[in-house]
Design a binder for this molecule. Structure first.
Ligand code: NAD
Ligand code: UDP
Length: 324
């Protein structure tokens, strides 16, 4: 069995490649290194079951080998990334979905779309279940990400209905862990790097907005189970352990041993006030629920970033970023 994973040099894509390889699959990875890093794949360089194609998914792609699955993960995912790269984000979600769906169709392969809790926007229903249609500003700065993912979901369902393609849609909620870029701008990596450097944590707004953070191993397990399941309708994968951003700052201060008081900066436009997954569908249809709580996941992630900073890890670019 062989799968293609787009966005394979990114945080989630690289972990997903590891999981498929561990399950006995061969993996072809595609990435244009827009926000990813070759360091995330260094351990696979000599693995004959893995092949990397440098490719921008907003242009058509073809693969010589037979494919059993196509998993579309390529897209900037951190808000600062997608705000800096608005057109590329729309293209990765829009054109990228179309081209990877076409590829799956040509190979009669199963297709899995990496969608997001952002399809729910700034939600008016809490927690968010899959049957909630969302509350998205179609012209706000975040729309480049939210609407691209909503389009990609619609296109995935259209290929399923019109062509009978075997499809899956995972709506991933905030995920964190090893291989995040130290400066990709998401809250967990920001707070950990700031804590380790004894800098004040940058809390946006008053910090009362909530998020629910899932450790990467749990997320990847949910995605893998969904891929192997028969469920076509979207499935939320996330950890319902909901905290305010200020509570998260306090937890990271404790784990990093920092005592610097946070600074409060303006809240970005359209920043969702609350977010928490309803995971009843994942529990019922995949037998999945997260196993790693926030404290334990933070402990593991702090250790990873501390090792990078101390030079224990040889991935030099990321190391320089933390140390600088
Ligand atoms: P990431 O930025 O670490 O990885 C994204 C990868 O996609 C990078 O390697 C990047 O170079 C690649 N990429 C971007 N545009 C591309 C293009 N046009 N062609 C080829 N490759 C391209 O982000 P991540 O956190 O690993 O997210 C991966 C996927 O999961 C994204 O689709 C994201 O929307 C989705 N997701 C992630 C989270 C999360 O919390 N991490 C939450 C919801 C959804
Ligand atoms: N956030 C923050 N400080 C930071 C980075 C983010 O307070 O240094 C906030 C952000 O405004 C949001 C939450 O943390 O309310 C989660 O942000 P992130 O960028 O990780 O992901 P989002 O859930 O917004 O996609």
């Amino acid at each position: 069995m062989r799968v293609l994973i787009t966005g394979v040099a990114g945080f989630l894509g690289s972990h997903l490649a590891d999981r498929f390889l561990a399950e006995g699959y061969r993996v072809v990875g595609a990435d244009n290194f827009l926000t990813g890093s070759s360091g995330n794949l260094a351990h696979l360089e000599r693995d004959g079951r893995f092949r990397l194609i440098e490719h921008d998914v907003s242009t058509p792609l073809s693969v010589d080998e037979a494919l059993d699955g196509v998993l579309h993960f390529a897209s900037p995912a951190s808000p600062p990334d997608y705000l800096d790269l608005p057109i590329q984000t729309l293209d990765a979600g829009g054109l990228g979905a179309r081209h990877t769906l076409d590829l799956a169709l040509r190979h009669r392969a199963r297709f899995l779309l990496a969608s997001t809790s952002e399809v729910y926007g700034d939600p008016r229903v809490h927690p968010q279940a899959e049957d909630y249609w969302g509350h998205v500003n179609p012209v706000g700065p975040r729309s480049v990400y939210d609407e691209a993912k909503r389009y990609a979901e619609a296109m995935t369902m259209a290929y399923h209905r019109a062509h009978g393609l075997d499809t899956r849609i995972v709506r991933i909620f905030n995920t964190y862990g090893t291989r995040m870029r130290p400066h990709d701008g998401r809250v967990v990596s920001n707070f950990i790097v700031q804590g380790l450097r004894r800098e004040p944590m940058t809390v946006y707004g008053d910090g009362s907005q909530t998020r629910s953070f899932c450790y990467v191993d749990d997320c990847v397990d949910g995605v893998f189970r969904l891929f192997e399941s028969t469920r076509v309708d979207p499935v939320n994968i996330g950890n319902p352990e909901e905290v305010t951003v200020l509570e998260l700052a306090r937890m990271v201060m404790k784990e990093t041993g920092s005592s610097r008081a946070p600074v409060f900066l303006p809240l970005p436009a359209d920043d969702p006030g609350v977010r928490c997954p309803d995971i009843a569908v994942a529990r019922r249809s995949l037998g999945w629920s997260p196993r790693i709580g926030l404290r334990e996941g933070l402990r593991r992630t702090v250790r990873y970033f501390a090792d990078l900073a101390a030079g224990a890890n040889v991935r030099s670019r990321a190391m320089r970023e933390v140390a600088s």
